[in-house]
Ligand binder design. Sequence first.
Ligand SMILES: C[S@@+](CC[C@H](N)C(=O)[O-])C[C@H]1O[C@@H](n2cnc3c(N)ncnc32)[C@H](O)[C@@H]1O
Length: 280
Amino acid sequence: MMNMEPQGGFSYSEADFRRVQEIARQEAGISLPISKRSLVFSRVSRRIRATGRASFRDYLDYVSMREGQEELKELICVLTTNVTQFFREKSHFEHLETHVLPQLGQKLRAGGRGRFWSAACSTGQEPWSMAMSIMAELPDALRMDLKILATDINHAVVETGRIGQYPGEEVQSVPQRWRDAYMEPVEMAQFSMAREIRRLVTFRQLNLNRDWPFKGQFDVIFCRNVVIYFDDETRNALWKRLAERLVPGGFLYVGHSERVDCIRECHLEAVAPTIYMKKG
Ligand SMILES: C[S@@+](CC[C@H](N)C(=O)[O-])C[C@H]1O[C@@H](n2cnc3c(N)ncnc32)[C@H](O)[C@@H]1O
């Protein structure tokens, strides 16, 4: 069998790569193309070293056993891509601020509820950006029944989001007046989300392709730049489940390179590029 070991270290065969592909698909719905094989090698090698296993084969056998289930979660973490930034795809936040929050504010002031979901939140910049848009448009948000749920399959990035502390260069994309209002400078040139705004966001580890342990519906769902890692079937199944979780008139925001194909079946209407509204 061809050895694909790209840069020294453990021996790495096609069969090893195929096993990792299968685990990623089964556990997370993630498709790993062949172009990722070197990346997979270096990331999995790190876990092999950290766990003191002898080889790819030994490690992959281990994560398939009952006693390797905690390590399986770590493997999934290293197979995810977590690139994100504050106010990524700015048009979504402009739409939220101008088309969604003013109307939702009326409902909330009349005693209604507002539920937001950042469904693949990575290290938290997305839900914190949502929170800042909300606070800016609805300054009385903390007195309303309004909550943001932030979830990701990768428990490590969820923890980073919950800690909510970012280096100065990362917060450059946050408008200065919002940085002043909703962040606090802390040690080592870092910025921490301010105490008040933290009350809006709850972080949880969640696999989008498994059962969701909550029943409610959402006014706004951001599910951006995650289905690009899924195959068509997984992606379409997820769009349907997300659409079911939108209240009538609720909005789904997807990544700029993504598209919802099942809009009729999902009772969605495309209201702007990569923004969909649930029909009433
Ligand atoms: C590229 S980041 C996108 C972050 C953010 N939504 C954005 O657009 O900036 C993709 C995220 O999806 C998460 N992810 C991948 N598969 C997932 C799954 N099955 N369930 C939940 N999250 C998943 C990854 O851990 C990663 O943090």
